[in-house]
Design a protein around this ligand. Structure first.
Ligand code: ADP
Length: 263
C-alpha cells in the first residue's frame, strides 16, 4: 500500500531523515514509534506532502506520490493531525468537508450522496450525537473523533494519524484505538499512526517502525520490535518487558531510579 524507498528529507543544517525504507502492506495497522526528536513528525510530514523530500520515493499503491495531484492523493490517503483546526464550524459541516476532494470545480451545493456518506461516518464514530455543536466547543476527545469522521468521509484506503491519543485520558485513548481497530478489521482500512505510548502500540498495532536519530532502528511485529534491548538502546531508559496476561501482547514496565538503586 505504502512504500518508502531510500527517503532523505528534513531541515538542511538541522535534522535529516537518513535513507528511510518502510513498507506498509494493505490492511496493516502500523505504528511509528521512537523517542522525541527521532524524526517521527518529519517522516509524517514527508508522507503527507507537507515537507518536500530531498531524495528517494514514496509510493502509494505503486504510484509516486510526488506525481499525484493533491485531489488524487486525498482520495487515497486521509490525514488526522494532532492539532485540529477547530474553528467556529458545526461538526456536521466539518465532517462534510471530507468530501471536498470529490467535489467538481465550481460545484457549490453538496450532493445528496456526499451528505449521506458524511452522515454514515458520523454515526459510525458517534459524533452524530453532537453534530450541531461547534468544533471549538468540543472536548479534545470529541474533536479527535470528529477529525477521524472527516478523514473517513474522504473514503481513503490509507489513514494517517499523528498521535491520535495524545492529551486524552485512558478511556478516550482506548475508545479511539478500538474504533481504529474496528475500521482496520471490518473495513480493511490500512492505518499508519505515530504513537508515543509503547504499551498501546504493542496492544493495537501489528507492525511497528522504531525510529532513532533519523533512521529506522528496527521494524517488524510488536514482539520483534518491543524487546528490552532495542527499547533501552534507543530510549536510553531501563525497561522490563513482559506479556499482557490477557492479550499476550508485549507490555512494558518502567522502573524508578530508586528501585533500580536497590536492585
Ligand atoms: P519527533 O516527532 O520524533 O519528536 P521531529 O520529526 O519533530 O521528531 O523532529 C526531529 C528533529 O528535527 C528535531 O531535532 C527537531 O528539533 C528538528 N526540527 C523539527 N522541525 C524543524 C524545523 N522546522 N526546522 C528545523 N529543525 C526542525
Amino acid at each position: 500500500m505504502l512504500k518508502i524507498k531510500d527517503l532523505i528529507s528534513g531541515y538542511p543544517g538541522s535534522f535529516m531523515l537518513d535513507r528511510i525504507n518502510v513498507a506498509i502492506s494493505k490492511g496493516a495497522f502500523a505504528g511509528i514509534i521512537g523517542p522525541n526528536g527521532s524524526g517521527k513528525t518529519t517522516l509524517f510530514k514527508t508522507i503527507t506532502g507537507d515537507l518536500k523530500l530531498k531524495s528517494g520515493k514514496i509510493l502509494l499503491d505503486e504510484k509516486d506520490t510526488s506525481l499525484m495531484s493533491s485531489r488524487e492523493r486525498a482520495k487515497k490517503m486521509a490525514i488526522v493531525t494532532q492539532t485540529i483546526d477547530a474553528a467556529d464550524v458545526p461538526v456536521d459541516d466539518y465532517v462534510l468537508m471530507g468530501r471536498l476532494p470529490y467535489k467538481k470545480p465550481f460545484q457549490l451545493l453538496d450532493k445528496k450522496e456526499d451528505i449521506e456518506i458524511a452522515k454514515k461516518y458520523m454515526q459510525l464514530t458517534g459524533v452524530d450525537k453532537y453534530k450541531h455543536k461547534l468544533m471549538n466547543r468540543l472536548s479534545g476527545g470529541e474533536q479527535q473523533m470528529a477529525a477521524i469522521a472527516r478523514a473517513l468521509a474522504q473514503e481513503p484506503e490509507l489513514l494517517l494519524l499523528d498521535e491520535p491519543t495524545s492529551h486524552l485520558d485512558i478511556s478516550h485513548q482506548v475508545q479511539i484505538l478500538n474504533l481504529l481497530q474496528q475500521l482496520n478489521e471490518e473495513l480493511g482500512l490500512t492505518i499508519l499512526m505515530i504513537i508515543h505510548d509503547l504499551n498501546l502500540a504493542g496492544e493495537y498495532c501489528n507492525n511497528l517502525v522504531m525510529l532513532n536519530k533519523g533512521r529506522v532502528h528496527i521494524s517488524g511485529s510488536p514482539d520483534e520490535v518491543l524487546n528490552y534491548k532495542d527499547i533501552e538502546e534507543v530510549y536510553k531508559t531501563v525497561v522490563i518487558t513482559q506479556k499482557n496476561p490477557l492479550s499476550g501482547k508485549p507490555a512494558i514496565f518502567l522502573v524508578s531510579g530508586k528501585t533500580l538503586g536497590n536492585v
